[in-house]
Design a protein around this ligand. Structure first.
Ligand code: ZN
Ligand code: ZN
Ligand code: FE
Length: 746
C-alpha cells in the first residue's frame, strides 16, 4: 500500500472528468479524493502500487471524449491516511480557478444510438444530450454552471432524469441540460404566417422541404434556413435572402454523402466528425459540381450536430443547404419571435422550440492546412474555450478590427476569444459585440484594466475602446493592424522571440497614414519594423472600389503604363482617369488583397464582385495547381523595399491580350507572389539574421499561396509558422493586440 499525489493538467474541468476519476478509482480499488485546481485537477490516491500505475495508464487512455490530458505528474507521499472511500472534494479557498465554460458540443454517438432506439426512453426525443454532448455556451446565463443559470432553468427535471443526474455511474451525471420527453423542451412547427401547425413537427418540416420549401430550423447557436440543394430551390433562397453568389454550406447526413461530392482526407473526416462539428471547407470533386451552391472549387460541409438535424434528415435527405437565417450581412437570428417577424417572406415554415438561446453563435468554418486545423471562422463548438498564450494576458480586453470583428479577454495566460461577430458597421452586429463583451466579462469574472485596439481611429471597435477607456480611466494601447496580425500568429504558435512576418491582407491603417496590406515586418510583441511592402498604388474611391474591382484593375494597368487599359478590363473609365489625374478621392494602398482583386479583373474573371474576397477566391479556383513566376523586381523607397508589380501587371496584360488561358495566367500570377515573398523574406533574413517566418492576414486563406510559400520557405531552411488555433483573418487580430498591449504596458 502506498499514497500518491497526482496533478493532472489539461482540459479536465466541466467535461465529466471528476466522475470519470471517481469511477476509475473504484475500478482499481483506490481510495482518496479529487478536487479542481487552478490548472486542472489534483488528487490523492491510496492503494496498491500496481493499481495506482494501472490507474494512471487509464487516465490517459480512457479519458472522457471532451477531456484532453496534457500532463500527469505523480509524486509519492509519506505515510498512509487510511482513506475509506474516494470522494470529490471542494476546491481550496483562495485558489484562483480557471473558470471555463464549455463550447457547445455536437450530438455524441451514444445519444445518437439512443435517439433511434425504440426501446430507449428518449427514443426520437429532439433534445437528447448527456455529459459528453449538447448545448453549453449558448444557453448559459451566468456561472457557476448549473441548470438554474441556463435557459433550461424553467424545465424542472422529472424523477427519472434526476436519478440519472445524481448517479455517478450514469452518462448523465451532473449533465445540466439533461431532460427527456416528460420534462424537457418541446418542438413545434409554424407555417409561413407563424401559425402553429398540428401534427408531428418533424414530419411537417420534412414534407415542406421535400416539396421545395425553405424552412427555418432552430439549432444550437441560432436559426438556419434549410432547403433542398436543387438549383431552382437554391435560386429562390438566394433571391429571398438577397445573397447573389456567396457560397452556401451543405449539411450531409453521413460522411458518405459528403464523399459523393468531395474527396476527403483522413484529417478532414476527423474534423467533420469531431465533437465541435464545424463546417469544413472541402475541395469539390470538380469545379463545375453544384455551381449554384458554390461557384468556386470548394464547398463547406458539415454533419448534423443536433438531434433535431438528425431527425430532420433521417432516411430522406442526404444533403441539405443549411445557411444562417439572416438578411444580407446582419447577425444570425436566434429568437423565435424575431424569426417569425424577420423571416416573413423568406421562410415557408418554422421548426422551432421553447429552449431559448442565450448567446448567438454561428457555425465555425475550418479547413485543413499543413496537417492542422486552419480556422476561417472560429465560433460554435470552439467558443468560448480559451486559447493559451505564451505569456500572461491578465485583465486585457482586446477589441479587434472592424469588418471581421471579434474581441478577446485575457485571464492568466488564457485568452477567451469571442465567436464570429461580423461587420460592426451593422448596428445589430455592433449591439451584439458590446453585449457579448459584457457577457464574457461576467462569465469569466474579468474586469479589464487594459484595453487594446487598432490604430484606425474610425473602426467602431476603436471608438468603443476609446470611449470605454475614458469612461473608466483605463489604459488604452493602439496597435498597428499588421503588427497585430504578426503578434497573433506568433502567439498562436507559442512564440516569444522576434520573427519575420509576411502579412498580406485587405487593408489596415499604416503608421504613415496610408493603407497597408502587403507587408513584410520584423519584430515581436514589443515593436516592429517594416522591411518590405508592395509598390503603393492609388486606389480610386476607397471602399467603392472593393466591389467594383474593374476600377482596381484599371488603376493597376494605368500605373504600369499599359496602353489602352479600358480594352483589357472592359468599361468606361474617363471619370476614373480624371480622378486619378486630380488625386481627388484617391487612397494610396499597398494592399495585397487589392492587388488580387485588380488581377482578377485584368484576367477577365470578374469586373464586379458581390462579396469581399470573391475575386481572389475565383482566381484561386480558376488556377492550375502550379505555375511559373513572372519576373520579380524590387526597389527602395524611404528605407522600405517595395515589390514592383508593374512588370507583373504588364506581363498579365500581355498574356491576357494574347489569349493565354486564365488557368495558366492565374497560376503564374500566384507563383509570382510566392517568389516575391520568398525574395522579400530572404532580404529580411539578411538584414536581421532571423530565420523564423510567420504567415498571417486574410490573403492566406488562399491555399495556393499558403502551401506554395510554406514549401518554398522550408526548402530554403526557414522555420514557417502558420495559424492553427485562431483565424488568419481579422477575426484573429485581437489575440495579437492583447499580447502587444500587455508587453507595451509592462
Ligand atoms: Zn451525448
Ligand atoms: Zn425527464
Ligand atoms: Fe487584416
Amino acid at each position: 500500500m502506498i499514497r500518491t499525489g497526482l496533478q493532472i493538467d489539461g482540459i479536465v474541468q466541466g467535461v465529466g472528468f471528476r466522475p470519470f476519476i471517481h469511477r476509475l478509482a473504484e475500478k482499481h480499488a483506490l481510495n482518496g479524493w479529487i478536487r479542481n485546481s487552478s490548472s486542472g485537477v489534483e488528487l490523492e490516491l491510496e492503494g496498491e502500487e500496481g493499481n495506482i500505475a494501472a490507474f494512471i495508464a487509464d487516465v490517459r487512455d480512457c479519458a472522457p471524449p471532451l477531456a484532453h490530458v496534457d500532463r500527469v505528474t505523480a509524486h509519492r507521499l509519506d505515510g498512509l491516511r487510511g482513506y475509506s472511500s474516494f470522494e470529490i472534494v471542494r476546491s481550496r479557498a483562495g485558489d484562483r480557478m480557471r473558470t471555463l465554460v464549455s463550447p457547445d458540443v455536437g450530438i455524441c454517438d451514444d445519444c445518437l444510438r439512443e435517439l433511434f432506439d425504440p426501446d430507449d426512453r428518449r427514443y426520437r426525443f429532439p433534445f437528447i444530450n448527456c455529459t459528453n454532448c449538447g448545448p453549453r455556451f449558448t444557453i448559459i446565463e451566468d456561472i457557476p454552471y448549473d441548470r438554474a443559470k441556463t435557459t433550461m432553468a424553467g424545465f424542472a427535471m422529472c424523477p427519472d432524469c434526476l436519478a440519472e443526474y445524481r448517479d455517478i455511474r450514469s452518462r448523465r451525471y451532473h449533465a445540466q441540460p439533461d431532460c427527456c420527453g416528460i420534462c424537457g423542451p418541446s418542438l413545434f412547427f409554424l407555417d409561413a404566417s407563424g401559425t402553429p401547425v398540428p401534427g408531428d413537427p418533424i414530419e411537417s418540416a420534412r414534407r415542406l422541404i421535400a416539396s421545395g420549401g425553405i424552412v427555418a430550423v432552430k439549432g444550437l447557436g441560432g436559426i438556419h434556413l434549410a432547403c433542398l440543394p436543387e438549383e431552382g430551390v437554391v435560386r429562390e433562397l438566394r433571391r429571398r435572402k438577397k445573397r447573389d453568389e456567396k457560397p452556401f454550406a451543405l449539411m450531409c447526413r453521413e460522411l458518405s454523402d459528403a464523399e459523393d461530392i468531395c474527396l476527403l482526407s483522413a484529417f478532414e473526416r476527423a474534423l467533420l466528425t469531431s465533437p465541435s462539428k464545424p463546417i469544413v471547407l472541402l475541395k469539390k470533386r470538380s469545379l463545375s459540381l453544384l455551381p449554384h451552391i458554390s461557384e468556386n472549387a470548394c464547398i463547406g460541409v458539415m454533419l448534423p450536430y443536433t438531434p433535431v438535424h438528425c431527425l430532420l434528415m433521417e432516411g430522406r435527405f442526404g444533403r441539405l443547404v443549411m445557411t444562417s437565417a439572416n438578411i444580407s450581412e446582419t447577425p444570425i437570428i436566434y429568437e423565435n419571435k424575431e424569426a417569425v417577424e424577420s423571416l416573413r417572406g423568406i421562410a415557408d415554415g418554422f421548426l422551432l422550440n421553447d429552449r431559448d438561446i442565450r448567446t448567438r453563435c454561428d457555425d465555425s468554418l475550418v479547413r485543413e492546412a499543413d496537417g492542422h486545423p486552419y480556422f476561417l471562422r472560429r465560433s460554435r463548438g470552439y467558443t468560448p474555450a480559451p486559447v493559451r498564450a505564451p505569456m500572461e494576458l491578465d485583465g486585457v480586453l482586446a477589441c479587434g478590427a472592424e469588418q471581421k470583428a471579434s474581441f478577446g479577454l485575457g485571464k492568466g495566460s488564457d485568452f477567451f476569444l469571442s465567436g464570429h461577430i461580423g461587420d460592426l458597421k451593422n448596428i445589430e452586429s455592433y449591439d451584439n459585440y458590446t453585449s457579448q463583451i459584457s457577457h464574457f466579462e461576467k462569465l469569466f469574472d474579468v474586469s479589464p484594466d487594459l484595453l487594446a485596439c487598432d490604430l484606425h481611429p474610425d473602426y467602431l471597435s476603436t471608438v468603443y475602446a476609446q470611449r470605454r477607456a475614458e469612461a473608466e480611466s483605463l489604459e488604452l494601447v493602439r496597435i498597428q493592424h499588421h503588427h497585430a496580425h504578426l503578434a497573433s500568429c506568433m502567439a498562436d504558435n507559442g512564440l516569444d522571440r522576434d520573427c519575420i512576418g509576411v502579412i498580406w491582407d485587405g487593408a489596415g491603417l499604416g503608421t504613415d497614414g496610408t493603407i497597408w496590406g502587403g507587408e513584410v515586418l520584423y519584430g515581436g510583441y514589443g515593436g516592429f519594423s517594416r522591411l518590405c511592402s508592395l509598390r503603393t498604388v492609388p486606389l480610386p474611391g476607397g471602399d467603392a472600389a472593393v466591389r467594383d474591382i474593374g476600377r482596381i484593375g484599371y488603376a493597376l494597368l494605368r500605373d504600369a503604363q499599359v496602353s489602352d487599359p479600358e480594352a483589357i478590363v472592359g468599361g468606361e473609365f474617363a471619370f476614373l482617369a480624371s480622378m486619378l489625374d486630380s488625386g481627388a478621392c484617391i487612397f494610396p494602398t499597398s494592399s495585397m488583397g487589392r492587388l488580387f482583386d485588380g488581377a482578377a479583373a485584368i484576367m477577365g474573371i470578374r469586373r464586379r464582385v458581390s462579396y469581399e474576397g470573391q475575386g481572389a477566391v475565383l482566381l484561386e479556383s480558376a488556377a492550375a495547381d502550379a505555375g511559373n513566376p513572372y519576373p520579380v523586381e524590387f526597389y527602395e523607397n524611404g528605407g522600405v523595399r517595395l515589390f514592383d508589380h508593374r512588370e507583373l501587371i504588364r506581363a498579365l496584360a500581355r498574356d491576357v491580350r494574347a489569349g493565354r488561358s486564365v488557368r495558366a495566367v492565374a497560376a503564374d500570377f500566384m507563383q509570382t507572389l510566392c517568389a516575391a515573398a520568398l525574395a522579400a523574406v530572404s532580404y529580411a533574413a539578411g538584414v536581421t539574421g532571423c530565420r523564423d517566418v510567420c504567415l498571417s492576414g486574410g490573403v492566406f486563406q488562399n491555399m495556393f499561396l499558403l502551401r506554395g510559400l510554406t514549401r518554398a520557405l522550408r526548402a530554403e531552411g526557414f522555420g514557417v509558422f502558420i495559424h492553427s488555433r485562431v483565424s488568419c483573418t481579422d477575426e484573429g487580430v485581437s489575440f495579437g493586440q492583447a499580447a502587444v498591449a500587455k508587453r507595451r504596458s509592462n
